[in-house]
Design a protein around this ligand. Structure first.
Ligand code: FES
Length: 169
């Protein structure tokens, strides 16, 4: 089944090519299986998933927009609003909370001067709480930009991380 044409495309040709490769992994009647990958590709390019991008992906995959939105809103690795250059996702689920996960979150809030789901004024950092990242024994845990997991994040390591990211920012 070929891609459904859409009136105005929001992503680059390269992004649609990569989505096509994901779609090709599934039978024609299972195109919805590529939704998570399509969202990941779109977010990598745009930085966040706007309602227009959801509509665009839905049309491209051949799904109702609500089906794409349901996936995008279920997982907190998808950004449904703009985020800073570095999204810091601190695990505060119970096993981590019992091993200083909440303390790490509180320290970052204080250090960055923001609450959860907020972005620093310089646009560098967004802080969110995350669900279990599968590394409970390494608490406190945080993930940078859905890609890099940081373990045993005591205050000193948090200071070092923020300093390094600021220097990269
Ligand atoms: S509860 Fe935090 S990584 Fe599992």
């Amino acid at each position: 089944m070929s891609a459904v044409p859409v009136p105005s495309r929001l992503l680059s040709d390269d992004a649609y090519r990569r989505i096509d490769r994901e779609l090709a992994k599934y039978p024609p009647d299972q195109r919805q299986s590529a939704t998570m990958s399509a969202l990941r590709i779109a977010q990598k390019e745009k930085g966040w998933i706007s309602p227009e991008v959801i509509d665009d992906l839905a049309a491209y995959i051949g799904l109702p927009p609500i089906a794409v939105y349901e996936v995008a809103s279920f997982y907190n690795m998808y950004n449904l609003k703009p985020v800073g250059k570095f999204k810091l996702a601190v695990c505060t689920c119970l096993p981590c909370a019992l091993r200083d996960g909440e303390k790490a979150g509180a320290y970052l809030k204080e250090k960055l001067g923001i609450d959860y789901n907020e972005t620093t004024a310089d646009g560098l950092f967004t802080l969110i709480e995350s669900e279990c990242q599968g590394a409970c024994g390494d608490a406190p845990i945080l993930m940078v930009n859905n890609d890099v997991q940081c373990s045993f994040m005591d205050n000193q390591r948090l200071d070092e991380l923020i300093a390094r990211l600021r220097s990269e920012g």
